[in-house]
Design a protein around this ligand. Structure first.
Ligand code: COA
Length: 437
């Protein structure tokens, strides 16, 4: 195959793999925080192109931008020494003038880049429309440790209704880190805090915190992929990097934002995070996989309760409590509020380089929330880690479910001979297989 054919094939595969995500994201509200440093980054045009793509597939996109480095540069040029109390800057009238100046400049750069990104477009299509306005009301942050922060403000109210209405008619709403008070004053706001306040007000599906810093790393230096808000608070206590992002992520998750992504905005990172299963950043989320873990002997009772009714209907093979106890290392569970709401197992056939996915069950009240899918993905990931090349499942009632996740019906002969020997012809299960690559 020539290079261009290989490129075309991988493009086709990529499009197909991305299509479920395109469907899932359409109509969802994403609030994206763009630090001022990103606007000055050489990768900024690519990033805007990726954001344009999101708007193009129907994501309701709100961008909240910062302007910290640009403000610092203007203060330095004017020989104004910034004063801080804790993390808050004292914004005098002189500083505020530079803040407005820098913020306006950043805003124009963003608007211009969005216009540029849509310059090359099929004839007859309209350019991307971006809009801003007086959506943010602010109040003075006040006196901290005896020092008046003057024109540094806190978010008082966000006009979520007006933003939502705008999103019905424009592609992107752009919000600057300034807020106005009913008394007619302008206040400088922290862009990160503002982004999470906007996401909360809009009940956003995602809050995406972009920066040029490496993602959140664990003690071994590996990227932390998923966190519950509780785990995020533990990271905060350790006083490592991303403190403010974590605080905002926890606040947003606790106030109803479904998912918060912490992401190093390297080239293409946003697309990889949003259109591939594993992503490349850190995801902070309440549900559903945040309680997904390896099962322990203490989970046997919960698993028995979950699978007994399914054994009775013939959906699952009967397993005694003793068998579960001896095989518990193969199981993973999803636990919510102390109750086992889903379970599943991977039985490796190492010599045959494959594994059996078995006993996948989700408590009826928790079905259709993606628990099954998440569990299946985790079991497949486990198989990949064990260097298995395929997984198979035997099912009487969930053939289509497996097929939707890439499994194909195969003959019994495709299974390891040891497993074929145990096949129960009376159950007449269908055999489904998925190659892992
Ligand atoms: C199959 C099962 C694990 C799916 O769990 P889940 O958490 O609801 O799955 P997800 O949320 O990831 O997927 C939901 C989607 O799968 C579909 N689905 C669920 N069960 C299905 C089945 N048996 N056949 C076909 N599709 C099914 C749902 O309709 C839904 O699709 P939709 O949103 O387009 O309507 C769950 O229904 C179950 O416990 N079934 C009984 C046990 C069983 O048969 N296990 C498999 C044998 S190992």
């Amino acid at each position: 195959m020539s290079t261009s054919q290989t490129d075309e094939t991988s493009f086709v595969h990529w499009m197909r793999d991305a299509s479920p995500y395109i469907r899932a994201h359409r109509g969802h509200t994403f609030v994206v925080h763009l630090g001022g440093e990103l606007v000055a980054d050489p990768l900024f045009p690519q990033l805007v192109q990726d954001l344009t793509l999101l708007a193009g597939i129907g994501v309701r996109l709100v961008v909240v931008h910062g302007s910290q480095p640009q403000v610092s540069a203007r203060l330095a040029a004017a020989n104004l020494e910034p004063r801080f109390v804790g993390s808050g800057r004292v914004t005098t009238a002189e500083v505020l003038a530079r803040v407005k100046d820098a913020t306006a400049a950043v805003r124009f750069d963003i608007e211009s880049q969005f216009s540029h990104a849509t310059r090359v477009r099929p004839l007859g299509t309209t350019p991307l429309r971006i809009n801003g306005g007086n959506y943010v009301m602010a109040r003075p942050a006040g006196v901290v440790d005896g020092i008046d922060l003057e024109f540094t403000g806190d978010v008082r109210r966000i006009d979520g209704r007006a933003i939502s209405q705008q999103l019905d008619i424009v592609d992107v709403v752009l919000i600057s880190p300034l807020g106005y008070s009913p008394t007619g004053e302008t206040f400088s706001l922290d862009a990160l805090d503002l982004a999470s306040a906007v996401a909360i007000e809009l009940h956003a599906n995602k809050l995406i915190l972009l920066s040029r810093e490496a993602g959140l790393l664990d003690a071994q230096g590996a990227l932390v992929r998923e966190l519950t808000p509780r785990e995020a608070r533990e990271y905060q206590r350790r006083e490592g990097s991303h403190q403010q992002e974590l605080a905002n992520a926890v606040r947003a998750c606790q106030s109803g934002v479904e998912r918060v992504h912490l992401l190093d905005a390297g080239d293409g990172a946003l697309l990889l995070e949003l259109f591939t299963r594993d992503g490349v950043g850190t995801l902070i989320s309440n549900a559903p996989f945040d309680q997904l873990r390896q099962a322990t002997i203490e989970d046997v009772g919960g698993i028995v309760q979950l699978i007994e009714p399914l054994e009775a209907t013939g959906a699952l093979v009967k397993r005694s409590r003793e068998k579960l106890e001896t095989e518990i290392e193969h199981f993973m569970v999803v636990v919510r509020d102390g109750a086992t709401v889903a379970c599943g197992a991977l039985y490796p056939f190492v010599a045959d380089r494959c594994g059996e996915i078995a006993c996948v069950a989700v408590e009826p009240a928790y079905r259709q929330f993606g628990f099954g899918k998440t569990l299946l993905a985790a079991l497949e990931q486990r198989a990949v880690t064990l260097k298995l090349e395929a997984v198979f499942a035997l099912t009487t009632q969930a053939k289509h479910w497996f097929q939707e996740y890439g499994y194909v019906a195969v003959e019994l002969e495709r299974l390891p001979s040891a497993r074929q020997a145990l096949y129960n012809f009376q159950r007449n299960s269908q055999v489904l297989l998925k190659e892992l690559n």
